[in-house]
Design a protein around this ligand. Sequence first.
Ligand code: GLN
Length: 290
Amino acid sequence: MQVAKKLIHDKLSPLYCKQEIESISKLIFEKILGLSRLQVHLNQHETISPANLTQITEIVNRLVQFEPIQYILGDTEFYGLTLKVNPSVLIPRPETEELVDWIIHDYPPINPAILDIGTGSGCIPIALSKNLPGATVEGWDISTEALTVARENAKMNQVNVEFIYTDILNLNFTAEQQKYDIIVSNPPYVMASEQPSMPKNVIEYEPHVALFVPDTDPLIFYSTIADLAINQLKPGGKLYFEINEQFGNETANLLSIKGFTNITVRKDINGKVRMARADWDNSEVIPICR
Ligand code: GLN
């Protein structure tokens, strides 16, 4: 293992920081050798077969091109679950785990009906379904490739989530039966102008449709989803968003103008404004039809 460790370190140290190399190495060893994290730790002095060393070299060569390790290995961990990922879905982020954790710790009603908009890998609805027994959970996305990944992930994690193709920005919704207790979304929120400052591994490999919004209308998804929520949240229902750190106040204002109450904006573990929650209690507001 020492030879492989040196190889990984030598090739990656000009490009990645020490902690990144450390965690990437662990992931590679776990995957290629089929060991647990503890076994990797305990078997540091075992020799690695030439075939495994070749596999590791191939992985390292892709990492040198900044391909994300999660796409190379084909899976990642999210809220304690293993999820498949490929370049048609955003790699689930720790801040989205925080959003899921917020929902779970808010003690939703018994058997809640939940909708996740822009579901990608299905990380949010799958983690919610796993942790809120009795919940009825839906995930919507505009990408059929993403929906395929999400369905595989639900199956792999033995949860029943309904994944539906939806183009949220072109949805004609009418005042339907109010059916959800919770609507959640981590929609695209990075402004096109932020692109030059973003790392290569994100820009060159992750799906732009899941990331970017026009600078001219950065809250387009929040506004559209809030309108949908006005129609489809039950009274007392809650809306949860992951947000762009630059738009905490704007998102809160938008929700307030639309009649949501109890609006809370929360920071993530890195101290960045990253999440918003709002209640829908206002049965007097006339639903908006689009
Ligand atoms: N958090 C992601 C990033 O920083 C963006 C996710 C999104 O646009 N919804 O790349």
